[in-house]
Write a protein that binds this ligand. Sequence first.
Ligand SMILES: *[C@@H]1O[C@H](CO)[C@@H](O)[C@H](O)[C@H]1NC(C)=O
Ligand SMILES: *[C@@H]1O[C@H](CO)[C@@H](O)[C@H](O)[C@H]1NC(C)=O
Ligand SMILES: *[C@@H]1O[C@H](CO)[C@@H](O)[C@H](O)[C@H]1NC(C)=O
Ligand SMILES: *[C@@H]1O[C@H](CO)[C@@H](O)[C@H](O)[C@H]1NC(C)=O
Ligand SMILES: *[C@@H]1O[C@H](CO)[C@@H](O)[C@H](O)[C@H]1NC(C)=O
Ligand SMILES: *[C@@H]1O[C@H](CO)[C@@H](O)[C@H](O)[C@H]1NC(C)=O
Length: 389
Amino acid sequence: MSATESKDGGDAILERMNNNQVMGIYGTRKWRFLFLTFALIIMIYAFDVLLDLRQFAPVGNHRNWTKFGYDRQASVHGRMKCKQFTAELPNITRERHALAPDAFYNLVFNNTYLDEIEFIHKAHGICDRENVGEFLFMVKLISDATETAASFRHAIRKTWGSVRKRSRWSIRVVFAIGQTENTTRTNAIDKESRRYGDIVQGTSADSYLKLADKTIMSFRWQQEYCSNAMYVFHGTHDIVVNMDKLIAWVDDFYLHNTSSERVYFGYPMFNPRILHEGIYKLYSPVQWPAGKYPFYHPGHGIIYSMSFIRQMNAMFCRTPITNPDDCYLGAIAEAMGAKEYYFRNFHADYNGKINKNVVYLHLGHTGKMKRNETEMYEWMAEIYNGFIK
Ligand SMILES: *[C@@H]1O[C@H](CO)[C@@H](O)[C@H](O)[C@H]1NC(C)=O
Ligand SMILES: *[C@@H]1O[C@H](CO)[C@@H](O)[C@H](O)[C@H]1NC(C)=O
Ligand SMILES: *[C@@H]1O[C@H](CO)[C@@H](O)[C@H](O)[C@H]1NC(C)=O
Ligand SMILES: *[C@@H]1O[C@H](CO)[C@@H](O)[C@H](O)[C@H]1NC(C)=O
Ligand SMILES: *[C@@H]1O[C@H](CO)[C@@H](O)[C@H](O)[C@H]1NC(C)=O
Ligand SMILES: *[C@@H]1O[C@H](CO)[C@@H](O)[C@H](O)[C@H]1NC(C)=O
């Protein structure tokens, strides 16, 4: 009896102790939990501040724009070949954390077939209308030969693309198009080129799966016929740009001298996985060692400096040409040792709301809805007016 009592009593004590202990542990856990949550919030906040601080580029002492590849006087140099482009091959060293294939570092490819790209239209004269005392800022948009693309161009010319001057910049817009076999479309593009003089059309393919060829064509045009542009905004036709915000960035690059050397700027894809099927599937003549791409900015909107474009053109001649094109450019940027430098509010996907904080809105799939010229213009004008209101 007494043993049982004692056992019962002992159990009761044990239970109380356990309860106490449980309560004790629970108390500690609660504090630890609160503390960790608090620390996490602080860390996220600090990380945020750090990210935002990255927008302030280091300030340099020297300004020699010639060194940056910008050519104030001449705007028309004429055709160049890989032989000339590769004179500007950057110094390449593979870092330990590099993700791009070896072929981006040992430069054994020899893509001299790129030299066969001819220009059907080259927006003759668009870059030499610069006023004295102003610098040229180029907006170069990848477009295509379809009718929908023509509606986009029409809408851009009448909305944000009509801004021709801001701050110290003369602003010019060109559209890069590949070659199409459809004679109706070819004739329409010829007519558009005569009328607006802003079409850069090359004999490169016009299809999505050959986007890199069209991008390369547009980079070559930039250096061959428009090297007096100090900076270039390279994008696609399905975006609406807040020009004041874009120019604020370009001014910032201009004022912070050293950062103007090799600008590759936008808002990147983070930890981008390499896809092996679907529309964004990887097409490359070499194996990619990692499951993800190097740091890259999505092709719908990137700011480049002329020095960056020149080195890119050199690298196109020596690296395995890969699609999607923006991932390819990112791999080259990694090999070139370009700075991973970005701004969080550079772009957003358009979701029906106007986000005034961003530099541009990407219309993406919402833009692919069938719209005729008038409708496309009204739609884009509404979004653009939302920015400037
Ligand atoms: C840029 O360089 C010029 C000439 O070297 C200098 O006068 C100017 O202060 C520099 N600007 C900045 C923001 O460093
Ligand atoms: C600027 O750089 C170019 C090419 O590196 C050089 O030829 C030129 O002398 C430099 N100009 C000045 C003012 O330093
Ligand atoms: C590459 O490195 C060599 C030697 O360090 C240097 O002389 C050359 O100017 C560098 N080229 C470029 C484009 O930075
Ligand atoms: C690249 O190919 C061209 C034409 O076949 C040749 O003339 C040139 O020497 C090659 N260059 C290299 C670096 O292999
Ligand atoms: C050419 O394009 C026009 C207009 O987009 C289209 O109606 C026509 O079917 C196309 N022709 C061919 C042969 O694809
Ligand atoms: C465009 O579409 C709208 C609505 O469908 C129509 O009212 C308008 O006439 C069309 N405009 C042109 C130029 O085809």
